[in-house]
Structures are given as structure tokens and as C-alpha cells.
Design a protein around this ligand. Structure first.
Ligand SMILES: NC(=O)c1ccc[n+]([C@@H]2O[C@H](COP(=O)([O-])OP(=O)(O)OC[C@H]3O[C@@H](n4cnc5c(N)ncnc54)[C@H](OP(=O)(O)O)[C@@H]3O)[C@@H](O)[C@H]2O)c1
Length: 257
């Protein structure tokens, strides 16, 4: 798709990857709609976006309320005239051992990371297919292709988003609506420090949110389905070919913490 002149709704735009992406898109001539819970942080990002793109707007919403997520998507479509692209980027971490998980936590992670993106997609699809034009970008994770140690709830939600993305890409082939799946590796954002999570097992290098967001913009402009930023596709392919060494290695990491 062409970013200049497009209308794009970005969820999770108050910090990290989503904030960086919103600023890049606005700088490149897109009108952006921003969604997140923290109003003041969202307003800061909106002010930057409006300097380049005066019609940009924001919606303060908790996407754990899946019905509200759908209503925000439709409201944004109406307010911006239409949407060329929905970027489902909002997400919560959950670094907690499986034996310490409870059902409400598991359900909350699934609502924010999977059911809200699915709902926003489902309410917009009739409008996008009627125009025979549109794009859904789902920001999943490498943890949506690899079962991460100590992150069963998070990995499950991101696997769901990967599977959903692949299947809807098939269903919508030839409709004019395109699907992009972006799987970030380790990115330097607040997600590593949020309360309610165990300390991360990973302490290696991370790329910046800006670099990651540039990767999402490139995915929007390109014509291929799945994108790894940074490129960790080889690790995923090795695990898929033979999961047992991966499981043993990950378990070793967990024991050694
Ligand atoms: N950073 C990484 O290493 C990494 C790796 C793989 C995948 N990802 C994925 O990348 C995406 C962006 O994460 P990030 O790294 O940029 O982390 P971040 O800085 O924590 O950003 C997460 C964004 O999601 C929003 N959000 C969270 N819960 C929400 C809710 N209930 N309702 C509405 N908005 C909500 C947050 O805004 P509010 O708190 O203001 O609501 C924030 O804008 C996530 O889907 C994450 O899973 C990140």
C-alpha cells in the first residue's frame, strides 16, 4: 500500500513500537488514528503526529473490553472517512510460569492480544471488502512461532494471532484486502519492565522501537505476508523442523535462572 495519503488506525500507540510507527506514518503523509489506555501519553504522540498530519485523532480505550475495541474501530473508520489499514499492535506481556497462571489472567492476555485484534478486524472487513481495498497488519511476536519459556499465556495469544493471520490471508486472497503478519524479536520498549511480570530470562541485545517500526512500514509497502524484525526466521524454521532440542534448550534456560 501507499503510505502517503493513507488513513491508518494504530493500536498501542502510546509507547514503544506503536508510538514510533504512528510518528513515522504521520511524517510520511498518512492520517493516523491512535488507540491506547494512557490518555496523556497518547496525547503527546498525537501532538507530534498532528505537526505533520493535522487530521490525526486519538481514542482512549481499554481493548481488554473486546466489544469496545470493535466500536472504536468503527468510530475511527467514520471519523477518518475510511481506513486503508488497521495495525493491531497493542499487546501485554505475561512472564509467569504455567503453574502460577490463573484463568482470569490467561483470559485477559487472550482478550488484549488476540480477541481485540480479531474483533477489530471482523467489524472492519465488510467495509474493506466492499471497497475491495484495505490492509490488516498484525503485530505478533517470535513468541507466536516459538513457545517461550515462562510465557505460556503470552505465547498462546501470539500463536493465536499468527494462526488467525495466516488463515485470514487465505480467506481474503483475491478480495483486495491484504494481511501482513509482523513478528518482532527483542525490541527495546517498556514491555520488558511492566509490573505483574517475572524478570525477563532474555538479557541479550535489542533493537530500537524506531527500527522495528520502520520494518512494519516496509511490510505495509511490500507484498509479502510474514515479516521477522530482526530476522529470526532461521530459529523458527529449525524449531519447526525438530522441536525437541528447542524444548530442551528453553527448559535449560529456565532452570538456570
Ligand atoms: N518489545 C518487544 O521485545 C516485543 C517483542 C515481540 C512482540 N512485541 C509486540 O509488540 C507490540 C508493541 O509492544 P511494545 O514492545 O511497543 O510495548 P509497549 O511499549 O508496552 O507498548 C504496548 C502498547 O499497547 C498498549 N496496550 C496495552 N494494553 C492495552 C489495552 N488493554 N488496551 C489498549 N492498549 C493497550 C499500551 O498502551 P497503554 O498502556 O497506554 O494502554 C502501549 O501503547 C505488542 O503487541 C508486543 O506484544 C514486542
Amino acid at each position: 500500500m501507499l503510505i502517503e495519503g493513507s488513513r491508518v488506525l494504530v493500536t498501542g500507540a502510546s509507547s514503544g513500537i506503536g508510538a514510533a510507527l504512528a510518528r513515522i506514518l504521520a511524517r510520511r503523509g498518512a492520517t493516523v488514528g491512535l488507540v491506547a489506555r494512557r490518555e496523556a501519553r497518547l496525547a503527546e504522540v498525537l501532538a507530534d503526529c498532528r505537526a505533520d498530519s493535522p487530521d490525526s485523532r486519538m481514542w482512549v480505550a481499554d481493548l481488554a473490553d473486546v466489544g469496545l475495541a470493535g466500536r472504536v474501530a468503527l468510530e475511527a473508520w467514520d471519523a477518518l472517512g475510511h481506513l486503508d489499514c488497521l495495525v493491531n499492535n497493542a499487546g501485554v506481556p505475561m512472564r509467569r510460569h504455567t503453574t502460577k497462571l490463573d484463568r482470569p489472567t490467561l483470559e485477559w492476555v487472550m482478550r488484549v492480544n488476540f480477541f481485540a485484534p480479531a474483533e477489530m478486524t471482523m467489524v472492519l472487513l465488510p467495509r474493506m471488502t466492499a471497497r475491495r481495498e484495505g490492509m490488516i497488519v498484525n503485530v505478533s511476536s517470535v513468541a507466536g512461532r516459538l513457545g517461550n519459556a515462562n510465557e505460556a499465556a503470552y505465547s498462546a495469544s501470539k500463536f493465536a494471532l499468527c494462526g488467525w493471520s495466516e488463515a485470514i490471508a487465505v480467506d481474503l486472497f483475491d478480495t483486495g484486502v491484504q494481511i501482513r503478519l509482523v513478528n518482532p524479536g527483542p525490541i527495546d520498549t517498556e514491555i520488558w519492565d511492566l509490573p505483574g511480570n517475572d524478570d525477563p530470562l532474555y538479557s541479550g541485545p535489542k533493537i530500537s522501537a524506531e527500527e522495528m517500526a520502520q520494518g512494519i512500514a516496509a511490510a505495509m509497502e511490500g507484498d509479502t505476508f510474514e515479516h521477522y524484525v530482526p530476522d529470526m526466521r532461521g530459529i523458527v524454521e529449525a524449531k519447526t523442523a525438530d522441536p525437541d532440542p528447542f524444548i530442551k534448550g528453553m527448559a535449560g534456560m529456565l532452570r538456570g535462572r
